[in-house]
Design a protein around this ligand. Structure first.
Ligand code: TEU
Ligand code: CA
Length: 554
């Protein structure tokens, strides 16, 4: 495999609205991010991915862009953005923006022009169809609920939106639209970006017949992914996007790609794949409910482990996936993947160890490095996220009581990841001097950066050691390129794998069970590289305490 500059890097996702507010308006901003670059550098971060900071009415928190060439006024100015790029360069860091081009905002001038004249040039920038019977064109359900077809007032036409109605889908069949997108992407890359995280990209190719679908819910609709177009169609579009933009700049790209088959993986991340890497979402998919979040199962540890090992196996020899335990669309990993009895600081460190030492790029989501957890939501009014509110109402419609709906939806709410970053014990956790746009997690007096910086045993200081180990001169190569080989598979509640390259082998262990685990190695290990429990040595016979993890050179 040809080596690339990004293979051995560690990435950090910033959700700008919730990271650091510099001017007291309750909304995180660019100046806030700049003020925390040294913190991130010290943590060992190389690449920053910023969730969208473009101009936007923020209906879906910036995933609804009204001007691709402007910085949203809530976040700062273009000068501040340029300053951020310059400051990251000084620190040998790289910046990725979020590329949201499946759809734009209904406030974008293209859409406004299209609504004013659906027959005109801009009408063809979107999917607009004439209704023959006064009904929507078909019965596909958008990701955030309701039909994907929204009536255009004063006409018998509808426009398509896979997400909220304020997020009309861009017509990728129209070469003019594609050219506009490529121009914009190249404009940003010329500014010195390292690349992009690419949003919801698998949705860009539609089945233009828009057939009626077999309903899969009480609303008579069927999930909109069933109305997507062919694999060949999306291949062509993704290939062109790459040739016209990323290739020209040697840009790094990470695709948000759901639901491709194992056979398709090499088309996406192979030597000539559409993207540098894509996220491994196989563990997130384990809690996909049949009808919504209300009937979503909890994730059992054995299934989690199995999904990860499967993904590791598929990516080896093909390319690199990117590994997460949480992001801005998901609940906190420590609240989701750890068994209830393991939800403590050792458990959180163990979870980090297991994920960060896998093959593939580690993506750390803000707050993960201090063990931020889900919030104890008291009422539906505390939610801001439109997806969460829709899911709550879906749960009520399915017959759940208000309390049960709140519990079930609170568990998976995207707002769990979006509560403000917890910097210190001062009011609002040091995130803002004003009123935060979303409530804080009550645990900030205990879980915050300032306290953890001072505590040698904190999750934060452990993450620093973990990242430093992964990137150390001695072990970088094996952690980056080594094969992942599951071991001790017969032990259900243990996660154990070897990273192996040439004649080197490193064993990574984590006891997710409630009882201790006794292990016998076939030879005396050479060295203990890392422990989450202040263990200082390790031998051929190991007794792992519950929530104990260890990294061992064999
Ligand atoms: O998410 C795409 C996506 O498929 C989501 O519907 C995801 O499955 C859902 O958030 C899980 O609850 C991306 C962004 O990451 C998300 O924040 C945006 O809302 C969405 O695209 C629309 O741009
Ligand atoms: Ca602000």
């Amino acid at each position: 495999m040809k080596k690339q500059w990004w293979h051995d890097k560690v990435t950090y996702q910033i959700y700008p609205k919730s990271f650091m507010d510099s001017n007291g308006d309750g909304i995180g901003d660019l100046r806030g991010i700049i003020s925390k670059l040294d913190y991130l550098k010290e943590l060992g971060i190389d690449i920053l991915w910023l969730s969208p900071i473009y101009r936007s009415p923020l209906v879906d928190q910036g995933y609804d862009i009204s001007d691709y060439y402007a910085i949203g006024e809530q976040f700062g100015t273009m000068e501040e953005f340029d300053e951020l790029i310059a400051e990251t360069k000084k620190r040998n860091m790289y910046v990725l923006m979020d590329l949201v081009v499946n759809h734009c905002s209904s406030e974008h001038e293209w859409f406004k022009k299209a609504m004013a004249d659906p027959e005109g040039e801009y009408g063809d920038y979107f999917y607009i169809r004439e209704s023959k019977n006064g009904q929507p064109i078909n019965n596909a359900r958008s990701y955030f609920g309701g039909n994907i077809w929204e009536p255009i007032p004063g006409t018998n036409k509808y426009y398509l939106h896979m997400f909220a109605k304020e997020q009309p889908d861009l017509n990728w069949e129209n070469p003019k639209v594609r050219q506009e997108i490529y121009k914009m992407v190249n404009w940003w890359l010329d500014k010195g970006l390292a690349g992009f995280r690419i949003d919801a990209i698998i949705n860009i190719k539609k089945n233009l017949d828009f057939p009626m679908l077999e309903p899969d819910g009480l609303d008579g609709l069927a999930f909109c992914t069933k109305t997507l177009g062919t694999k060949d169609g999306v291949s062509e579009m993704l290939g062109e996007l790459k040739r016209e933009t990323f290739d020209k700049h040697g840009a790094f790209t990470v695709g948000e790609v759901f639901n491709i088959t194992d056979d398709d993986l090499s088309d996406f991340i192979g030597e000539n794949g559409y993207f540098s890497t894509i996220f491994d979402f196989s563990t997130e998919l384990l809690s996909a409910g049949e009808h919504g979040w209300y009937d979503a199962p909890d994730v059992a540890f054995p299934a989690w482990k199995k999904a990860i090992f499967h993904a590791q196996d598929q990516a080896y020899g093909c390319g690199f996936e990117s590994n997460i335990i949480e992001n801005h669309d998901e609940p906190r990993g420590a609240s989701r993947y750890l068994p209830v009895y393991a939800r403590n600081s050792c458990g959180t460190k163990m979870l980090g160890t297991m994920s960060l030492l896998l093959r593939g790029l580690p993506f750390i989501f803000q707050g993960q490095e201090i063990g931020m957890t889900n919030t104890n939501w008291q009422s539906v009014d505390e939610f801001d996220d439109l997806n969460t509110v829709d899911q709550y109402h879906l749960a009520l419609k399915a017959g759940l009581s208000e309390k049960d709906a709140l519990d079930k939806i609170g568990r998976l709410s995207r707002d769990n990841a979006r509560t403000p970053m917890q910097w210190n014990t001062s009011s609002n956790a040091g995130f803002t001097t004003g009123i935060p746009w979303l409530r804080l997690n009550d645990n900030y007096p205990d879980v915050n950066v300032a306290a953890q910086e001072k505590d040698a045993d904190s999750v934060l200081n452990y993450y620093k050691k973990l990242i430093a180990l992964r990137k150390s001169d001695t072990y970088k190569d094996i952690f980056t390129y080594g094969k992942t080989i599951p071991v001790f598979l017969e032990k259900e509640m243990l996660m154990a794998y070897c990273r192996e390259k040439d004649d080197k082998r490193i064993l990574v262990l984590g006891n997710f069970g409630e009882k201790k685990e006794a292990l016998h190695l076939s030879a005396e290990p050479k060295k203990l590289l890392l422990s989450n429990m202040n263990r200082t040595e390790i031998g051929q016979d190991i007794i792992l305490a519950p929530q104990e993890s260890a990294v061992v050179l064999l």
